[in-house]
Write a protein that binds this ligand. Structure first.
Ligand SMILES: [Zn+2]
Length: 193
C-alpha cells in the first residue's frame, strides 16, 4: 500500500496528522476500521481494545492506555468526532454475556477488563428486535459513550458543540452499519439518520 501511495505518506510525514475522527473499535481481526469507512491513511485516529470499551475517568490510575489515547485525540488533535464502533459476533461482549468472565482466573487481564460491562443496561426492545447477543453489543456501545462523557475534556467540548460523539454497530456478515440515534437512544440503519 505504501509503495502505491508514496506521495500521501510523504505529505503525512511532513505535515503531521490531522484526523477527521477518533474511532474506538474492538481488537477483533474482522473489524478493519479503515476498510469499513473506506478511509485514506491519516484520516482516522484508531484505538482498538477488547470489546471497544472505555474505562471511567480515573486520573489517579497508572497504565491507562485507552484513556491516554482519548486524551491525545481530544486535547492534542482536537478531533471533531469520536465514534464508538461495536460489531456483531463480538467475542468479548459475548464472553461477558455468557458469564465466562466468572471463569477467567481472578487476576486475568480480560476478566478485569470486562468488569467494565458490569451494570450494563440491556434494552428489552433491542433484545426483541435484534436478539440477545446484539442487544448486549448495543449496550456496550452506549456504556462506552457514557464513560467518555465522564472525561471533562470530552464533556466540555461536546457541550460547546466542538465535539460530537457517535455510536455505530457493524454487522460482519451483511456489512450493515447501525447508528445510535441520540434523541431516541435506538440503533437505526445509518441511511435513515
Ligand atoms: Zn469484539
Amino acid at each position: 500500500m505504501h509503495a502505491s501511495d508514496r506521495g500521501r505518506y510523504l505529505q503525512l510525514a511532513e505535515l503531521g496528522q490531522a484526523p477527521t475522527a477518533m474511532v474506538i473499535a474492538c481488537c477483533d481481526a474482522r473489524v478493519d476500521v479503515s476498510a469499513i469507512f473506506d478511509a485514506e491513511p491519516g484520516a482516522l485516529f484508531i484505538l482498538r481494545n477488547v470489546a471497544n470499551l472505555v474505562p471511567p475517568y480515573e486520573p489517579e490510575g497508572m497504565y491507562h492506555g485507552t484513556s491516554a489515547a482519548i486524551e491525545f485525540a481530544a486535547l492534542a488533535l482536537k478531533v471533531p468526532h469520536i465514534i464508538v464502533l461495536g460489531h456483531s459476533h463480538c467475542g468479548g461482549v459475548d464472553a461477558y454475556r455468557r458469564g465466562v468472565r466468572d471463569k477467567v482466573p481472578e487476576r486475568g487481564f480480560i476478566g478485569s477488563w470486562l468488569t467494565l460491562l458490569d451494570n450494563l443496561k440491556v434494552v428489552e426492545t433491542d433484545i426483541f428486535a435484534y436478539g440477545d447477543e446484539m442487544a448486549f453489543e448495543f449496550a456496550a456501545i452506549r456504556s462506552s459513550l457514557a464513560q467518555l462523557r465522564s472525561f471533562p475534556f470530552i464533556k466540555e467540548p461536546e457541550e460547546q458543540g466542538l465535539l460530537a460523539l457517535h455510536g455505530l454497530h457493524f454487522d460482519l456478515a451483511s456489512g450493515a452499519l447501525l447508528s445510535l440515534e441520540q434523541e431516541t437512544g435506538r440503533f437505526v440503519a445509518l441511511s435513515e439518520v
